[in-house]
Design a protein around this ligand. Structure first.
Ligand code: GLC
Ligand code: CA
Length: 561
């Protein structure tokens, strides 16, 4: 595999609205981010992905873009963006933006023109169909946030348009070459500005199976998940290859695709030497136990499931490329709340989960607040919830016969607000995030869990992440940590997640005791050095170690091991 500039890096996702508010309006902004670049540097990250900051009505928190060439005034100005790029460059930080091109906002000029004249040029930028009220819809696909993918075209009672996500997110018609050219032009405009690349949003959806057809309904609403259509759509790679050829490859940009449900044979076309993207996220763990019925029907993830999913992903890509490894992002619950059983979310457990994920082969991708072990924020009523997905799932749960309390339970486990509550900088009011009223309340646990406190504490989650990043950057271990092969170790031992990382010269053994009771693990060789330990001691006797509850270690083994 060809070596790339980004391979040894550590990446970090910022959700700008909730990172740092510089002017007291309760909304995080670009100047807030600029003020924290030294912090990111100190943490040790190299690549920073910003969730969308383009002009947007914020119907889906910026994933509904009304102008790709402008910064939303709530986040700042284009001058702020230029300054951010310049300041990042000074610090050797790479800025990556979100590329949201499956759809735009219904307030984008293209869609407004399409509404003015559906038969004109811009009508062809979207999927618009004739439809008389009362007639059957072209297909029974369900949109991601509930209801049909079809909505009436504003101003045209006899027409409808397609949106895989919210009705304020009309899908762009990638079959139209003019749409594609406009998108490539925009991408290059940003890359010319000095951007290092993009995280590519919802990209599998750009290829629709046409002509439209129904699939068997999977809920009482008579609709079906979009997954059925995606499984039957072919040709997404042709679009993406054309995009890469016209944009990313010309700049050696770093790109991370948000790709779900790719076809196995397409993997080498998505990532790796022949890939359209540099990398893509590993969602195998995040989709564990997902139920077609909705959040309310989703069982908690066990240690064994987590381990099996990680190892399967590693196996799938070992000959192909690198995945971006995550425990959470802005669409997921906090990893520590999701993957550690309720009531057991200790500092040690948080470090174990982080360590096991970080040491996998691939690009470690941290999400803001993960480095201090931020947790889900509970809501007591649906009125407190902002997330449009959570509001839909609440309704789905009620329709299925759950009580409001039970429906809120499901919302609290999965709401995207969990990861969107403001970053907890210190123990001052609003966790130091804003001097105004935060757009989404801070997690009341900020007085306990905050960066300022963790800086002072050598045993904090934050200092642990710093050690992991330092190991990745250490010239003595870089080769094995970045490029070393991953080989599962004793995968059948319950609640032990263990693997080797091997290079020609070195062998590391990563061990995590994924339970709240001690556990013995046989050693395959002799320990040379304990490189990382989330506790202070490691109990060893001949040929084995006895791991404390949630203990996590990275061991360097002697050569012959
Ligand atoms: C992606 C984003 C998510 C958004 C959706 C529609 O999944 O991560 O936040 O709602 O795409 O753009
Ligand atoms: Ca602000």
């Amino acid at each position: 595999m060809e070596r790339k500039w980004w391979h040894g890096k550590t990446a970090y996702q910022i959700y700008p609205k909730s990172f740092m508010d510089s002017n007291g309006d309760g909304i995080g902004d670009l100047r807030g981010i600029i003020g924290k670049l030294d912090y990111l540097k100190e943490l040790g990250v190299d690549i920073v992905w910003l969730s969308p900051i383009y002009c947007s009505p914020l119907a889906d928190q910026g994933y509904d873009i009304s102008d790709y060439y402008a910064i939303d005034p709530r986040f700042g100005t284009m001058e702020d963006m230029d300054e951010l790029l310049a300041e990042a460059k000074k610090r050797d930080l790479h800025i990556v933006m979100d590329l949201v091109v499956n759809h735009c906002s219904d307030e984008h000029i293209w869609f407004r023109k399409a509404c003015e004249d559906p038969d004109g040029k811009y009508g062809k930028y979207f999927y618009i169909e004739d439809h008389r009220p009362g007639d059957p819809l072209p297909c029974n696909w369900r949109s991601a946030f509930g209801g049909s993918v079809w909505s009436p075209l504003p101003g045209h009672p006899d027409k409808i348009y397609l949106h895989i996500f919210h009705r304020k997110q009309p899908d762009l018609n990638w079959e139209n070459p003019e749409v594609r050219q406009d998108i490539y032009k925009m991408i290059n405009w940003w890359l010319d500005k000095g951007l290092s690349g993009f995280r590519v949003d919802a990209i599998i959806n750009i290829k629709k199976r046409l002509p439209y057809e129904d699939y068997p309904a999977d809920r009482a609403d008579g609709l079906c998940s979009i997954e059925y259509m995606l499984a039957n759509a072919h040709g997404v790679i042709d679009f993406l290859d054309e995009m890469a050829e016209n944009t990313f490859r010309r700049y050696d940009a770093f790109t991370a695709g948000e790709v779900f449900h790719e076809k196995p044979e397409d993997l080498p076309r998505f990532i790796g030497d022949r890939g359209v993207f540099s990398s893509m996220f590993d969602f195998a763990e995040t989709i564990l136990n997902q139920s077609p019925l909705g959040w309310y029907d989703t069982k908690p993830v066990t240690a064994e499931q987590y381990k099996a999913a990680c190892f399967a992903s590693q196996k799938r890509v070992e000959q192909v490329g690198f995945l971006c490894n995550i425990i959470e992002n802005h669409d997921e619950p906090r990893g520590v709340s999701h993957y550690i059983p309720a009531g057991q979310c200790t500092v040690a457990a948080k470090k174990m989960l982080g360590g096991l994920n970080f040491m996998l082969r691939g690009l470690p991708f941290l999400y803001q607040g993960q480095e201090i072990g931020m947790e889900n924020r509970r809501c007591t009523s649906i009125e407190e919830v902002d997330d449009i997905s959570a509001r839909d799932e609440y309704k789905v749960a009620l329709d299925a016969g759950l009580t409001p309390e039970q429906a809120m339970e499901a919302v609290n486990r999965f709401s995207r607000d969990n990861a969107r509550s403001p970053f907890q900088w210190d123990s001052s009011p609003n966790a130091g995030f804003s001097e105004g009223t935060p757009w989404l309340p801070v997690n009341p646990n900020y007085t306990e869990i905050n960066l300022a406190a963790q800086r002072e504490d050598p045993d904090s989650v934050w200092n642990f992440y710093r050690k992991l990043i330092a190991l990745r950057n250490d010239p003595a271990y870089r080769e094995v940590v970045v490029y070393g092969a991953l080989e599962p170790y004793m995968p059948e031992q319950t609640n032990l997640m263990a693997y080797f990382r091997r290079s020609a010269e070195q062998t590391l053994l990563v061990l995590g005791n994924y339970q709240n009771t001690p556990q013995r693990a046989a050693l395959p060789g002799t320990i040379r050095t304990v490189l990382i330990n989330n506790l202070h001691t490691l109990q060893q006797d001949d040929g084995s170690v006895c791991l404390e509850p949630w203990q996590f270690v990275v061991l360097e083994l002697e050569d012959r091991s």
